[in-house]
Design a protein around this ligand. Structure first.
Ligand SMILES: NC(=O)C1=CN([C@@H]2O[C@H](COP(=O)(O)OP(=O)(O)OC[C@H]3O[C@@H](n4cnc5c(N)ncnc54)[C@H](OP(=O)(O)O)[C@@H]3O)[C@@H](O)[C@H]2O)C=CC1
Ligand SMILES: O=C(O)CCC(=O)C(=O)O
Length: 477
């Protein structure tokens, strides 16, 4: 197999590689991908620094053309890239293709943003002085991404970074380098000058850590675990660097007595179990009022019994495998913890075997859980959810907000009063009414509160807050 190399200063480099393994079939090697060293990371940072002055002054038509060309190629290759995504991460093929289309839409959106860059001209408080407020690119940016959205998250960090005139050192998750390599290859061929985008595939503890330790990155944008997020934060304060963190969630889905049962069950099944529950926006706390509780549990259990867990590329698969053995072990550990804490296992809970050797786990539903249990407080990141029974809307809202996290929150109700109140009083960055807590648009802000996020929002025009720095200029007339 040929080795997919890293891109540093416009050159494909790297002779040592590691296997990218398919979680649906561990005998299937998706490809061999280079492993960068700490020195490679330093070289990539130096290249991004050297390329910054020219790229930050590049014309908007050049940036627009490169991003638009990238969007068009990703869209044209959506079946192939969606398949690669499903093969390396384990999402079902429709989910893989859907995420690939989303990546194309993101590049398309930020191609447009290059043509909408704007500032403000204001009168000064003093006579005969003009004030201009402009946004300038930040500098070389470090991008560190997780494994659960192998193409969309790299897209929503790389596209705005380049659109606003920054250069990039990009470290994708070691588990899923395939889609990242593919989009870097597309951007490179679309005409990015040398050093503007550098790819350093490899281990977080080596390559990522070298990025954190560098004084030459002007910003780091990170999505992943709370633990690594803290490292990014501490190192960034040390180096006086801007940083943006998207971390975990323990997202609530409230179901009220007046909910449409079908809508509530569909939203819960999607939020908790689709994409194998491996979404930071997944809902793992289903907070259900007494009057609908038993009907909801019966209908959701019935719905789960109809979901096929199988090879991600197989027709008719609803839930693919868990991403790897380590994550599967974490899911199984939490299932044991839930049982020991006294929650009732209403569905699933077992590892299962299929025709191919993979990391398959039944969708798992606990009932009779309390909000104090570890399964209700800690992010599991698998197809595991727990139902918490509550008296009324007021208790449901209090339980929903009683969490260290605050990414997304959902409510299923036909009451305008409760929906309106929940939208206002939920302590989450994103609120969904009669919709799953996961699965967001590409052109509006994404992010949370409390331990879920730090720094400006990602996506849409709000991305400019992180990827640019504001300058105020005064001129005597
Ligand atoms: N909010 C979200 O979207 C996500 C949340 N998670 C949560 O995190 C848990 C663990 O997942 P995991 O993949 O281990 O998350 P990590 O935080 O370890 O991984 C996220 C990214 O950070 C990199 N990284 C790891 N260590 C360092 C370091 N010292 N310096 C710089 N970068 C580093 C990783 O590299 P590499 O993987 O190559 O080692 C990866 O690219 C999950 O079970 C889940 O709870 C996970 C993924 C996404
Ligand atoms: O729910 C989504 O669409 C996005 C989720 C996400 O970004 C994540 O899980 O990291």
């Amino acid at each position: 197999m040929t080795i997919h190399q890293n891109l540093i200063a416009g050159e494909w480099v790297g002779k040592q590689g590691s296997e990218n393994i398919n979680p649906s079939d561990t005998k299937n090697v998706v490809g061999i991908y280079a492993q960068a060293s700490a020195d490679d990371a330093k070289a990539a940072i130096a290249a991004a620094k050297a390329a910054f002055p020219a790229w930050s002054r590049s014309g908007i038509l050049e940036r627009h053309a490169i991003l638009k060309k990238t969007a068009d190629e990703i869209l044209a290759r959506k079946e192939e890239l969606g398949r690669l995504l499903s093969q390396e991460e384990g999402k079902t093929l429709p989910e893989g293709i859907g995420e690939t289309i989303r990546a194309a839409q993101i590049f398309d959106f930020f191609a447009g943003e290059t043509l909408r860059l704007a500032g403000e001209v204001l009168p000064s408080a003093r006579p005969n002085i003009g004030v201009e407020i402009t946004r300038e690119p930040l500098g070389p940016i470090g991008i560190i991404t997780p494994w659960n959205f192998p193409i969309a998250i790299p897209a929503w960090k790389i596209a705005p970074a380049l659109a606003y005139g920054n250069t990039v050192v990009f470290k994708p998750a070691d588990l899923v380098p395939g889609c990242s390599w593919a989009i870097v290859d597309i951007l490179h061929r679309a005409g990015l000058p040398k050093g503007v985008l550098n790819l350093v595939m490899g281990r977080g503890s080596v390559v990522g850590q070298a990025m954190l330790d560098s004084p030459d990155l002007a910003g780091i944008t990170f999505t992943g675990s709370t633990g690594t997020g803290k490292r990014v934060a501490l190192s960034s304060i040390e180096h006086n660097r801007k940083f943006q963190l998207e971390m975990g969630g323990k997202n609530p889905m409230v179901v009220l007595d007046d909910a449409d049962l079908g809508v509530a069950v569909e939203a819960a099944a999607n939020s908790g179990f689709f994409s194998t529950g491996q979404r930071c926006t997944a809902s793992s706390r289903l907070i259900v009022t007494e009057g609908i509780h038993d009907k909801f549990v019966a209908a959701l259990t019935e719905r789960l019994s109809k979901l096929n867990v199988d090879h991600a590329l197989k027709d008719g698969t609803h839930i693919g495998p868990v991403v790897d053995e380590k994550q599967l072990q974490q899911d199984c550990d939490y299932i044991e913890i839930g049982k020991q804490e006294g929650a009732k296992l209403a569905f699933g809970g077992e590892r299962i075997e299929r025709d191919t050797p993979g990391f398959y786990l039944q969708p798992t539903l606990f009932t009779e859980a309390t909000n104090q249990m570890r399964i209700s407080r800690e992010e599991i990141f698998g197809p595991v959810a727990a139902v918490i029974r509550v008296k009324d809307y007021e208790e449901a809202l209090a339980v929903a907000n009683d969490t260290p996290f605050g990414l997304s929150a959902g409510i299923a109700t036909t009451s305008l009063k409760h929906a309106t109140h929940f939208k206002r009083d939920s302590e989450a960055g994103m609120v969904m009414v009669n919709l799953p807590t996961a699965g967001v648009d590409f052109h509006v802000p994404f992010g949370g509160r409390k331990a879920s996020s730090f720094g400006p929002r990602e996506q849409g025009k709000y991305a400019a807050e992180f990827f640019t720095v504001v300058k105020t200029a005064y001129t005597l007339a």
